[in-house]
Design a binder for this molecule. Structure first.
Ligand code: SAH
Ligand code: SF4
Length: 341
């Protein structure tokens, strides 16, 4: 059977080229994409300012895919977890997080994750597969469709399942559409990619697109980081930070360093001092994420007192250091709790 291409896998530029093969004018690309991304239509037949002939032509060759929303769970803190079923039966999750005045959507880039970080539930099952650009973009489209006020969704973070830089091409392609004028029109300052630290890909990313960057550091010395995050043996802290230092951020942005606080592993005031020292040459903000426990893990969240003392060391050294109590813990939507069913 002939499987039509998914139109959401094209950037505008690629779609222009695709149309060009059939002698169709370039301006048609923007026209079609605006129907899809601005008006949210699900079929070519709804695009009423396009001739019937062209609509039929497109619908015979291209699909406008939609993932199936299998479940939506709402947490008592207001965050919502969406479970999507993909065309091959795999599942991914996205989490909508309410914040004062706006909302942030945390999206997935892979089914599972191959990075094997010891503290992360998503990493436990390994990588199942990469997502296509359309599957990344559709998470945003589906959640926006579900909102009473779609414009309240202002921020996108690649902090769901998967390591975005390990699915580089699809993620960059998706970012292009998410930030494009004839796409989802998110400001590039409000799209944040979080990585476990694939240093060479951080360089590539800075060259290819403009987005905000978050780095999951989680330890301030290589011995500890090696134990927690196997990727550190390939790209140790010095290499990672040197890629961060040259990363071209959108204006007025700083790099966000995430640090999961784990009792007895990386949570002493001494660790905090090392962290402060390490990040001194950079424009950096620090998110402290108290470890979210799940069944079968040997790690524990530190006592409240240790979390606050850790933060105090950083504040005393003039860092912006915020403790992020993950939302959605009661519905398995907190940082590091997402997994493919
Ligand atoms: N793979 C990317 C994107 C996922 S972001 C990355 O790792 O950056 C997921 C975030 O949740 C990461 O900052 C990770 O350090 C954090 N995390 C993972 N497991 C966690 C857990 N059990 N408790 C708290 N945070 C966790
Ligand atoms: Fe993958 Fe990020 Fe989890 Fe590490 S923390 S296993 S990179 S999702």
């Amino acid at each position: 059977m002939y499987v039509p291409q998914d139109i959401k896998n094209f950037t505008e530029e690629q779609f222009v080229r695709w149309l060009g093969q059939y002698g169709i004018a370039p301006y048609r690309a923007g026209q079609v994409l605006r129907w899809i991304y601005h008006r949210g239509v699900h079929s070519f037949s709804e695009m009423t300012d396009i001739s019937k002939g062209l609509r039929n032509f497109l619908s015979e060759r291209l699909a406008i895919s939609r993932p199936q929303t299998e479940q939506v769970q709402t947490s008592k803190d207001g965050s919502r977890k969406y479970l999507f079923r993909l065309k091959d039966g795999q599942h991914i999750e996205s989490v909508l997080i309410p914040e004062p005045g706006h909302r942030t959507l945390c999206i997935s880039s892979q089914v599972g994750c191959g990075m094997g970080c010891k503290f992360c539930l998503t990493g436990r099952g390994g990588l199942v597969r990469n997502l296509e650009p359309s599957e990344i973009i559709s998470q945003v489209c589906a959640v926006r469709d579900d909102l009473q006020d779609p414009s309240s969704l202002t921020n996108i973070v690649f902090m769901g399942m998967g390591e975005p830089l390990a699915n580089y091409n699809s993620v960059v392609q998706a970012i292009r559409t998410i930030t494009a004028n004839n796409g989802l029109q998110f400001s590039n300052r409000r799209v944040t990619l979080s990585t476990a630290g694939l240093a060479p890909r951080i360089d590539d990313l800075g060259r290819d697109v403009r987005v905000s960057l978050a780095v999951s550091l989680n330890a301030a010395d290589n011995t500890t980081r090696n134990k927690l995050m196997p990727i550190n043996r390939t790209y140790p802290i010095e290499i990672l930070l040197s890629a961060c230092r040259t990363f071209p951020l959108p204006s007025r942005r700083t790099i966000m360093f995430e640090y999961v606080l784990i009792a007895g592993v990386n949570d002493t005031p001494m660790d905090a001092e090392r962290l402060a020292e390490l990040l001194r040459p950079m424009r950096a903000k620090i998110n402290l994420i108290p470890f979210n426990p799940y069944e079968g893990t040997e790690f524990r969240r530190p006592e409240e007192g240790s979390i606050l003392s850790f933060q105090k060391v950083l504040l005393d050294r003039h860092y912006t250091a915020i403790i992020r109590y993950s939302k959605g813990g009661d519905i398995g939507a907190a940082c590091g709790q997402l997994r493919a069913r």
